[in-house]
Design a protein around this ligand. Structure first.
Ligand SMILES: Nc1nc2c(ncn2[C@@H]2O[C@H](COP(=O)(O)OP(=O)(O)OP(=O)(O)O)[C@@H](O)[C@H]2O)c(=O)[nH]1
Ligand SMILES: [Mg+2]
Length: 387
């Protein structure tokens, strides 16, 4: 009798628990599924960013099928008209060599692409000897013409000097050479005569690190997929360095609407308040098309900015300049995130999350900036394709 009552009781308890479990599951389902859908349509890479700290077994694999390797070994002789371009000082020889060693080991010993070194001063024989000795491709060394690394006639040197004093508390705000560097990287490196024979460039700096064996030729990939601009890291710019860059750019767009691409990427840089949201591609790494930079629209944009004076009266960086140009002139399909290039430029990493890619690397995906709120890569990936 007692066991009969107990039996009925435990059946009731089990029944109630079951109902509770089903109810709780039903109530929580919308919240759980929302966290997977936020910001993404069907792009599985966007979902991945919702797993910060992932990267090992629990991180979802995503579709890498569109990323077929180009020149799998044995290596074919096919090459793009491409080079590495490196703006560097003689004093940076040893950090330069450390980077070249990695670039060769991770990629270029198989492809032997040439290097163009540029400098505002003559390279020393010592620099030339010790960089040529460590590289597999041809090396050439160019002196930057004075007019590409000096104040243009319309700039008041006094006003520029006053600006440097006013901006002394901003990163590189007091530096004159940094401003020449940013202006040069914005408007001139691709016009140096040593660059004339090339169609694509990979920008490299001393002291950056490469962590992954690249399994294909990125230049040929750019060419075959008609890509114009490739990046590894995106982030937010310091607003104080570019107070009027956005309004200057908007003025340019108003004056030259016919130069703006129909399906452009302005959605990536438009802030909700109508201001620039500060998203930019970090230009210390770029693999990109030279004909795009040499195009009428880019050249007009650079000239417009140059005349406006912000390279000297503020501290406009080449990264937001290139990025705003990408946003105005290119379509999403022409811009590529080199997720598989493990890369470090202090203090940020790009490191592939996918096991399929990370197996060629020695970086920790958990360090990758794209998993953090400081990156704009998620927002880029979430943009719709134009077609
Ligand atoms: N020849 C030459 N190269 C320079 C000069 N200033 C900077 N560069 C190069 O320009 C590139 C960018 O300069 P960086 O000092 O690295 O600027 P950054 O990346 O914004 O700042 P960091 O965080 O210090 O790396 C690097 O390739 C430097 O080697 C200069 O005065 N002369
Ligand atoms: Mg740097």
């Amino acid at each position: 009798m007692a066991s009969g009552i107990l039996g009925k009781l435990s059946l009731r308890v089990i029944f109630i628990v079951l109902i509770l479990v089903v109810a709780i599951h039903y109530l929580l389902t919308p919240f759980l599924s929302q966290s997977f859908q936020a910001g993404s349509d069907e792009n599985p890479r966007v979902k991945l960013k919702l797993h910060p700290g992932g990267g090992d077994s629990e991180a979802p694999e995503y579709d890498w099928s569109s990323f077929t390797p180009y020149n799998p070994p044995p290596y074919t002789a096919r090459r793009a008209k491409a080079c590495f371009v490196i703006l560097v000082r003689n004093d940076d020889l040893h950090s330069m060599r450390a980077t070249l060693r990695q670039l060769e080991d991770r990629f270029n010993h198989k492809y032997n692409y040439p290097y163009v070194f540029l400098n505002n001063e003559e390279f020393t024989d010592h620099f030339k000897e010790l960089t040529t000795s460590i590289t597999s491709g041809n090396t050439s060394y160019g002196l930057i013409p004075k007019e590409h690394w000096s104040f243009p006639s319309w700039i008041s040197e006094q006003k520029a000097a006053d600006t440097r004093v006013k901006m002394k508390d901003i990163i590189y705000g007091s530096s004159e050479s940094y401003r020449h560097m940013c202006r040069f990287e914005s408007g001139f490196f691709f016009r140096h005569p040593l660059m004339d024979e090339y169609e694509y460039y990979w920008r490299v700096e001393p002291d950056v690190n490469f962590f992954c064996d690249l399994q294909y030729d990125p230049f040929l990939m750019m060419q075959e997929r008609q890509l114009k601009y490739g990046f590894t890291i995106s982030l937010f710019e310091y607003r104080d360095t570019i107070p009027t860059l956005w309004e200057t750019t908007k003025r340019f767009m108003e004056q030259r609407p016919e130069l703006i691409a129909e399906n452009n990427l302005m959605g990536w840089v438009n802030g909700t308040d109508g201001d620039y949201n500060l998203c930019h591609f970090w230009s210390n790494f770029e693999i990109a098309s030279l004909s795009w930079l040499r195009s009428k629209q880019y050249m007009e944009y650079f000239d417009y900015l140059d005349k406006a004076g912000g390279f000297f009266y503020e501290r406009w960086g080449d990264a937001p300049v290139h990025s705003l140009a990408v946003a105005m002139f290119l379509k999403k399909e022409e811009v590529h995130w080199f997720e598989d290039v493990g890369y470090y430029h202090g203090p940020f990493y790009n490191c592939p999350n996918s096991k399929a890619l990370n197996k060629f690397c020695h970086c920790n995906p958990k360090d990758s900036l794209h998993l953090s709120e400081h990156s704009c890569t998620n927002q880029f990936l979430a943009l719709p394709n134009s077609s």
